[in-house]
Each structure stands twice: as C-alpha cells, then as structure tokens.
Ligand binder design. Structure first.
Ligand code: SF4
Ligand code: SF4
Length: 95
C-alpha cells in the first residue's frame, strides 16, 4: 500500500474512510476470504457474466476463459450466484 493510501478512520463514527477511488488494486483482500470460488471450466459457457459482476475486479478474461486472481478475490461468491450454468463452486478456505 502506498503511503497516501494509508487507512484513515472517522474517529467520531469509528468507520474506515475510503482513501481513494479504485483503491482495491492496492489491497490484497485474500486474507478476508472464508470461501474460495472454483470455476469448473468444463461446464463454462464463456458468457463473461462473472467477469462483469465481480465487484473486486478479481476475474480476468485470459485465453478465452475466466481466471480468478486469488490475491484479490475476497470470497463474496457473487460470481457463483450470477453464473447462469452454476459452474462456479466453492471450497472452505484453509481446508
Ligand atoms: S468471490 Fe467475489 S471477489 Fe471473488 S471472484 Fe467471485 S465475485 Fe470476485
Ligand atoms: S458466469 Fe459462469 S459460464 Fe459465464 S463465463 Fe463465468 S464461469 Fe463461465
């Protein structure tokens, strides 16, 4: 994290303040994850819905298929929820 993006808090309300727009790329959120999404590429219809909906930009489109960057995936499982053919499963983190 760069110095200017250091986390700040609103001490009156005790909540973190977003330091900058699109700061997610500086924060490795994998340590938050309880569930790890797993794509079954044999069932994927390459619709790009997961790519479009991931709120963290953790899904890239590489060589014609989705690839999850687990350094930045925070395990919200929105990708699994929106996948039309339900080919994104989940594994408990740490197993
Ligand atoms: S679990 Fe959430 S953060 Fe991780 S790839 Fe899916 S939509 Fe993105
Ligand atoms: S939403 Fe599901 S079917 Fe569509 S590209 Fe992603 S993994 Fe493949």
């Amino acid at each position: 994290m760069t110095k200017d993006l250091k986390q700040k808090y609103d001490f009156e309300k005790g909540i973190p303040i977003m330091p900058a727009n699109a700061s997610a790329k500086y924060n490795k959120t994998s340590s938050w994850r309880l569930w790890k999404p797993i794509i079954d590429h044999s069932k994927c219809i390459k619709c790009k819905t997961c790519f479009a909906y991931c709120p963290h930009g953790a899904i890239s489109w590489i060589n014609g298929k989705p690839k999850i960057d687990y350094t930045f995936c925070k395990g919200c499982l929105i990708c699994a929820e929106v996948c039309p053919v339900k080919c994104i499963g989940k594994e408990k983190e740490g197993n």
